[in-house]
Design a binder for this molecule. Structure first.
Ligand code: F6R
Length: 625
């Protein structure tokens, strides 16, 4: 059976320092991409040394410590598998049958069965169930042939062999390979799975994410699909799979190693929740007009006159990002009166949706690598539509391929459950709605009110964060419940969905988000003393309606945790627990009301002993459909 490594993290190093330590450190930073098994392969005069184990990176780190090695180059991998067993044998790296080639791989070789049969017919035997081993053997086969025809030019033969093998492959890959005959050299390549070069001083790296280079270099080169990199300690060169030479463009990472470290926090998720005031500041920096009446964005690459002609917007995203798209829909329709549709990127890409000629498409993605969003974007672009993106990861594939967009500047998000990236997306959606609104009917004065409200958001979030202890106390009260409902209306509906998703993914509690008024059409049957409801009750048009919904739940003995920014208007004793938020204008409410449900989910998960930053079955960046 094929074991598909799908999200996975890759790190390769060639330099003058002890490779094992650097690879382990890099793998720990990429562990959010997968944590079923991990492994490394080192190369020195003694040949290739392989260590791989099921379990977390720490397990293989112990193996590496017990085997002192001085190798200064190697490749490594942390895996997230779908089909087949999570076994030591299926863990990466994989060695070719002759022990010459070591390979780590992220992606899926779709024609692996055909290639495997061909190799078996030539006498190759296989040790694992993976498609990666097929590719390692294919490279070894090509290398044999190349080194003979090159008359022993091992280095050139190795690179050419990787290219030759990749030309035969159908599917996706980010790879790092080394060859026992060619010490001091690594080869990497990508198609569909990210791969980045870390350009150091007397050392070079490759990795699936820039986080792998934290503390070693800020200089990076983002490889494009179909490109192959050949790395030495002191330099590197890039070609296409069909051998055309490419000039590298070196970019600088805009965050430091401290941003990617836990600091004094027990979990990345908590750290990232507390980073939200800063993330929102960063999302706004330099993005309001001088007269303070609208937002401005540098990278949209679209003429304002052209933007005025847009009469429909389609937003595409997955998971949490999809929830932020729903907030964008509400606010853009309200401020700019432009019809907005929100689609799951995974559905959009296969359903051949009719797009009108004045339709603008927006993708929203924290990682910028989610394959469903990426492919949906490519499909819209193939149809000739302009696609803009709201993305956090600078230099990610979506950010590089779209027509323009808005960077979130939220800094690295490492906890698997998205928090600060979501609120930054929501905030940017509000700024975008303001920008589009001001191009249409929104007045100067109304624009200034919205700007002033948005600017207050970081301070308001800090006030909510000050109540973390109180929310922790409430979390302990309900941590043993196995079902939750989250109810919200209008702008609070996406936040109800997001609250339910956060709780599900990190505490494994069944939770559902519903528009509050829909409860009586079905979910009310779930209400009982063992099913708490989180009810969002912001002041405004629908406040009284939500109070009635809460009454209906209480009448059926359901516990209620209410989240409200109302003062005395919220009836004493109506809910079992009330989380009071500061007064805030409507445009800020989606961001503000998200924070307590993030904290609630976090503290419940901790109380249940769950691994908050690495929840079971999940990985942060979903790079295969
Ligand atoms: C949930 C979560 C996921 C992501 C989704 C899209 O906490 O993180 O639902 O939001 O996989 O990821 P991006 O935004 O990277 O495209």
């Amino acid at each position: 059976m094929l074991c598909k490594p799908i999200m996975c993290g890759i790190v390769g190093y060639v330099g003058k320092h002890k490779a094992a330590d650097i690879l382990i450190e890099g793998l720990k930073r990429l562990e959010y991409r997968g944590y079923d098994s991990a492994g490394l392969a080192l190369l020195d005069e003694g040949g290739i040394e392989l260590m791989k184990k099921t379990g977390r990176v720490d397990v293989v780190a112990k193996v590496a410590q017990s085997r002192p090695t001085t190798a200064t180059m190697g490749i490594s991998h942390t895996r997230w598998a779908t089909h087949g067993g999570v076994t030591d044998g299926n863990a990466h790296p994989h060695l070719s049958w002759d022990g010459k080639i070591a390979l780590v791989h992220n992606g899926v070789i779709e024609n692996y069965a055909f290639l495997k049969a061909e190799l078996e017919a030539k006498g190759v035997t296989f040790r694992s169930e993976t498609d990666t081993e097929v590719l390692a053997n294919l490279i070894a086969f090509c290398y044999d042939a190349e080194s003979v025809s090159n008359g022993g030019g091992y280095s050139a033969a190795f690179v050419q062999a990787v290219r030759q093998a990749l030309l035969q492959v159908e599917g996706t890959y980010g790879i790092a390979a080394m060859c026992a005959d060619v010490p001091g050299e690594l080869v990497g390549a990508r198609k569909g799975s990210p791969l980045i070069i870390g350009v150091g001083n007397g050392e070079n790296m490759i990795g699936s994410d820039v986080a792998a280079f934290a503390g070693r270099t800020q200089n990076v080169v983002y490889l494009n699909d179909g490109q192959v990199v050949h790395l030495h300690r002191g330099d590197f060169s890039i070609t296409t799979v069909d051998s055309l030479s490419i000039d590298p463009v070196i970019s600088k990472i805009d965050w430091s190693v401290e941003d990617a470290d836990l600091g004094h926090y027990p979990h990345f998720m908590l750290k990232e929740i507390f980073e939200q005031p800063m993330a929102i500041e960063n999302a706004m920096r330099g993005r309001f007009s001088q007269d303070g009446s609208t937002a401005q964005f540098g990278g949209l690459n679209i003429d304002p006159r052209e933007l005025r002609q847009i009469d429909r917007i389609v937003f595409l995203g997955c998971g949490t990002a999809w929830h932020s798209c729903l907030v964008a829909e509400y606010l853009i329709e309200k401020f700019a009166r432009i019809p907005v549709e929100v689609e799951y990127a995974s559905e959009f890409r296969y359903r051949n949706a009719p797009l009108d000629k004045n339709t603008l498409v927006f993708t929203v993605s924290q990682s910028g690598e989610t394959i469903d969003t990426l492919e949906a974007m490519r499909e819209a672009m193939r149809k000739g539509y302009r696609v803009l993106g709201i993305t956090n990861a600078v230099g990610s594939t979506i950010a590089r391929e779209n027509d323009g967009g808005i960077y979130q500047h939220s800094g690295p998000e490492i906890g698997v459950a998205s928090t600060k990236a979501f609120t930054a997306q929501v905030h940017i959606a509000a700024m975008l709605a303001l920008y589009l609104g001001r191009m249409r009917d929104m007045s100067f004065t109304d624009g200034r009110h919205v700007v002033s409200a948005l600017q207050k958001t970081p301070g308001l979030i800090s006030q909510v964060l000050d109540r973390a202890e109180e929310i922790e106390h409430i979390a302990h009260k309900y941590a043993d419940k196995n079902d939750f409902l989250f109810l919200g209306r209008q702008l609070m509906f996406p936040i109800a969905l997001e609250g339910a998703l956060k709780l599900k993914e990190i505490s494994y509690i069944h939770a559902e988000g519903y528009p509050a008024a829909e409860m009586k059409h079905g979910p009310i049957a779930l209400i009982c003393p063992d099913c708490p409801t989180v009810a969002f009750a912001p002041k405004g048009e629908i406040f009284k309606k939500v109070l009635s919904n809460i009454q209906e739940i209480k009448a059926r003995e359901g516990p209620v945790i209410a989240i409200t920014n109302a003062g005395k208007e919220f009836p004493e004793g109506l809910a079992d627990d009330v989380i009071k938020l500061p007064e805030s204008p409507e445009v800020v409410q989606p961001t503000l009301f998200t924070v307590p449900v993030q904290l609630l989910a976090y503290y419940i998960a901790v109380a249940r002993g769950c691994d908050v930053d690495k929840p079971r079955n999940l990985a942060k960046s979903v790079t295969v459909e």
